[in-house]
Design a protein around this ligand. Structure first.
Ligand code: PEP
Ligand code: CO
Length: 463
């Protein structure tokens, strides 16, 4: 019998636009924002170990998310993506995970009810452990150490030991991601997300919040609608008992991602199996860089952060490389311009995409272009700017014949004071009370729910 060579297998398998791609082909390009491991052989043995571990998600989940994104591209779903800027290993616990899920469920209910369309729910969790940094090093009181790059790489304490990249953390990251994923799946499958019981989603520490009351009214009215439907049909609506939840993270650490990039039986091509929805961060989106090369070969739907430095030519270049066949559901463009740049920067990009005729889902991240530092040195964001950028995004897409199909937020279910403003009008002095984020400031429960409600009312005003 003729045996067929590896090279022939590879050629048979190649899809258009994926020529010459391998999970490792990124290694021939410049990879920005990578950890500098002191011991390469220790890294290699961890990567070998990771390559044998089970994946965190499955190809059929990934393809069903792609299908939902394709529907959102048609305007038939709204995309909600949210979670921490950076997860950390210490907070891989039941309270943090359930609280975050509760906020996302409440927001998705408000959006589904208000926009009258299903919501695609994507958590920034179960793997959001690697962070890009503006500098490789940090200096305090004359001492210079490597920057903290997320728990997947090193530890936040300012000591030489903590800041040295440790490859064992990759195994820890895989384990914490899978514990988070396992708990989320169990909650969602076990009735926690049951629409008959939205009271399960109430956060214990939220008392007398006007928004909690408003949410209660909404949940009650939905409960009545569910009962009505079940009475009329004489059946209990089983489908309302569970919801889909997907995971996402910035696929920054390419050795980690490569170790879990696999082929699966009965499917063409390669899947990144650390998450359903990996995204390319703004700092690593160079056309000829390692990240774009890595993402090119995946079958997952992918996000691309689009900041104010991206022009029409670069965006067209990215779409050509990352979606040469104009496949529906493949690309989510997450623009994060900042409230002062969105009006000038977004319209040319909308036009470039329209000229190409390639399907994309436009999502607004109103967080990352609106970060500022207070006079006392605290990193924060103003709720007003977050709200204004979101509203302007909705208007601009409408005005230029496009459609804003989702939002990407940094939020938490913990009682934090990291962003100013919102229903309780937090001010600079409040930031000191409960500032917990080690990287970017997040919306708290009230601010996140308020934003979901504002999105609904902005869309209502357009119609
Ligand atoms: C992030 O999402 O936390 C982030 C670093 O975003 P960006 O790449 O848009 O700056
Ligand atoms: Co962030």
């Amino acid at each position: 019998m003729n045996s067929i060579s590896d090279q022939q297998v590879q050629q048979l398998d190649e899809e258009p636009g994926k020529e010459g791609w391998q999970p490792s082909s990124w290694q021939s390009r410049k990879a920005k924002q990578q950890a500098n491991y002191p011991d390469q052989s220790a890294l290699q043995s961890v990567l070998d170990e990771l390559s044998d571990l089970p994946p965190l998600v499955t190809s059929w989940e990934i393809l069903s998310l792609k299908e939902q994104i394709a529907q959102a591209q048609e305007g038939n779903r709204f995309f909600l993506q949210g979670g921490d800027c950076a997860e950390n290993f210490k907070e891989c616990n039941s309270e943090v995970i359930t609280n975050r899920l509760k906020v996302l469920l409440q927001m998705s209910l408000a959006l589904t009810h208000g926009l009258q369309k299903p919501v695609v729910r994507v958590g920034r969790f179960a793997g959001q452990y690697a962070k890009p940094r503006s500098s490789d090093v940090e200096t305090r009181d004359g001492v210079t150490l490597p920057s903290y790059r997320g728990d997947l790489v090193n530890s936040v304490e300012f000591t030489p030991q903590a800041r040295e990249p440790d490859p064992r953390r990759l195994i820890h990251g895989h384990a914490s991601s899978s514990m988070t994923m396992n708990f989320v799946r169990a909650l969602v499958d076990g009735g926690f997300a049951d629409l008959h019981h939205p009271e399960y989603w109430n956060l214990s520490w939220v008392q007398h919040s006007p928004l909690a009351d408003e949410f209660q009214r909404l949940a009650d009215s939905l409960g009545r609608a569910v009962n009505f439907m079940e009475t009329i049909s004489g059946r209990r609506a089983g489908v309302l008992k569970r919801v889909d939840f997907y995971t996402s993270h910035e696929a920054l650490h390419l050795h980690y991602e490569q170790a879990l990039t696999r082929k699966v039986p009965r499917q063409k091509g390669w899947f990144c199996l650390t998450t359903h929805f990996p995204w390319i961060g703004m700092r690593t989106a160079d056309l000829d860089g390692a990240h774009v090369e890595y993402f090119r070969g995946l079958r997952n739907p992918i996000g691309i952060k689009v900041g104010p430095t991206v022009d029409a030519g670069m965006l067209a270049g990215l779409l050509k490389i990352l979606n040469p066949e104009s496949e529906p559901g493949r690309i989510v463009l997450i623009h994060r311009m900042g409230v002062s740049s969105i009006e000038s920067r977004l319209p040319p990009l909308i036009k470039a995409v329209q000229d190409m005729g390639s399907p994309v889902l436009w999502v607004c991240d109103p967080m990352h272009g609106n970060t500022e530092t207070t006079s006392s040195g605290i990193k924060t964001r103003r709720f007003r700017n977050i709200m204004n950028e979101t509203e302007t995004a909705i208007e601009l897409h409408h005005q230029f014949g496009s459609h804003l199909g989702g939002t990407h937020l940094e939020l938490t279910g913990e009682d934090v004071t990291e962003c100013t403003g919102g229903a309780r009008n937090l001010n600079e002095a409040d930031l000191k009370r409960a500032y917990k984020s080690i990287v970017d400031p997040r919306l708290n429960y009230e601010q996140a729910l308020e934003l979901a409600m504002l999105i609904v009312s902005k869309f209502e005003k357009l119609n």
